[in-house]
Design a protein around this ligand. Structure first.
Ligand SMILES: C[S@@+](CC[C@H](N)C(=O)[O-])C[C@H]1O[C@@H](n2cnc3c(N)ncnc32)[C@H](O)[C@@H]1O
Length: 386
């Protein structure tokens, strides 16, 4: 017998057994509520691996063993103290075994949403030649599947749009990234399939070509496929490429815009990107390539004299080079600047400084990706002045 309850988990240890994408929604929700989450599983979904690498959860890369739950004297303290156990193995029989073991050990236990969830690698994808042949024939899709590109906003489940949430509820298949608001996956309908195709910077990733194939193949099978990404799919989100892949396959695509982190991160810490007395515009750039890199196409001299707010995404590692280049190109060192990390997420943090020192201030505070840096007079905005 079970009893539905709202549990107070803030500051409490929670053990998640299994690393299946079924656990993405509960783990995200537990983090949002301030729980201390330990995942025990030999392998985990990429988004869970990302959370572990960012220090937001603890991942013990092994199977659960009998004494983990039954013998507090032998167990890892994080497991011995876990009041709540979440079964997220992705297999009914294994979840049932975890539930039984946890109940016997006197722990409260819940299952991650019991939906069938497929890891990307397990999908029977079409071979490239077969795919090319199908595309060349330009045959009409066999069924009326479609793809919805949904921008999920910066991570706070409250910042996805009403239309985006409705699409999540209707989807047969959800193809999601690590920076998407994974908590909203709990709203997916029973039976929906969640596929985690997260890309970890300089780490594990699912190739874009494979993601395109996943979208096309599921939609061709007549399914409603939601491509759920963080922010807006068309802002450094490869949304255009995914749309092209779907269009080439003759599939209908719907686009639901999201609140880009370029806008949300400054807003959430009280920085208006424009302000009548300060600036008449803003420019959003990717900082993933430093100035001088042969593949960097940005005109840093033009950006330095544009007199608009500069918003830099993917620029934590390159911030020293970028700020040096902007100063060398004439943007004054005392120009206000701010970095906002994990905007809209439980670990949101921000630091303020100047163009001259924001790289140092950001590093000294230990801020890491995902982060947005804002450079311009608005970064020094004081709502009480004026
Ligand atoms: C590949 S881009 C994707 C941007 C996304 N499509 C958007 O519109 O926000 C990833 C970068 O977005 C920024 N970002 C995404 N989510 C963020 C968040 N919650 N807080 C701060 N920056 C974020 C970071 O600069 C990160 O490196």
């Amino acid at each position: 017998m079970s009893y539905p309850a709202d549990l107070e988990v803030h500051g409490r240890r929670v053990l998640v057994v299994g690393g299946h994408p079924a656990g993405l929604a509960p783990v995200s929700r537990l983090l949002a509520e301030g729980a201390l989450v330990t995942v025990v599983a030999p392998e985990v979904a990429t988004s869970l691996r990302d959370l572990a690498e960012r220090g937001l959860i603890t991942w013990l890369a092994r199977d659960l063993v009998a004494h983990d739950l039954a013998d507090p004297a032998l167990a890892d303290p994080a497991l011995a103290e876990a009041a709540l156990v979440v079964a997220a193995t992705g297999a009914d029989a294994s979840d049932t075994a975890v539930r039984a073991a946890a109940a016997t050990a006197g722990r409260l236990v819940v299952s991650a949403r019991p939906v069938p969830v497929a890891p990307a690698a397990a999908l029977p994808l079409l071979g490239e030649a077969e795919e090319a042949a199908r595309t060349a024939r330009a045959a009409p899709p066999a069924a009326t599947g479609r793809v919805i590109l949904v921008g999920g906003g910066p991570g706070d489940p409250g910042l996805i749009t009403v239309a985006g949430l409705e699409a999540v509820r209707q989807a047969d298949v959800l193809v999601c990234d690590r920076l998407a608001p994974l908590t909203v996956l709990s709203q997916a309908r029973p039976g929906a399939t969640v596929i985690d195709v997260a890309k970890i910077p300089r780490g594990h990733f699912t190739p874009q070509e494979e993601i395109n194939q996943i979208l096309v193949q599921h939609a061709r099978a007549g399914r409603v496929v939601v491509r759920l990404k963080g922010g807006d799919n068309f802002v450094f989100g490869r949304g255009g490429e995914e749309w092209q892949a779907c269009a080439a396959a003759g599939l209908a695509v719907e686009v639901i815009p999201g609140v880009s982190s370029a806008l949300a991160a400054p807003s959430l810490v009280g920085i208006p990107l424009t302000h009548r007395q300060l600036t008449q515009g803003f420019t959003v750039v990717s900082g993933h390539l430093p100035p001088g890199d042969p593949d960097c196409t940005l005109d840093w001299a033009a950006l330095a004299r544009a007199n608009t707010t500069l918003v830099i995404l993917m620029g934590v590692a390159t911030l020293p080079a970028i700020t040096a280049e902007l100063q060398a190109r004439g943007l004054p060192g005392p120009t206000p600047a701010a970095t906002v990390a994990n905007a809209g997420l439980p670990g949101q943090r921000a630091v303020r400084g100047t163009l001259a020192d924001i790289a140092e201030v950001t590093a000294a505070a230990g801020l890491a990706a995902p982060a947005v840096t804002v450079i311009g007079a608005v970064a020094g905005f004081d709502p009480h002045a004026g």
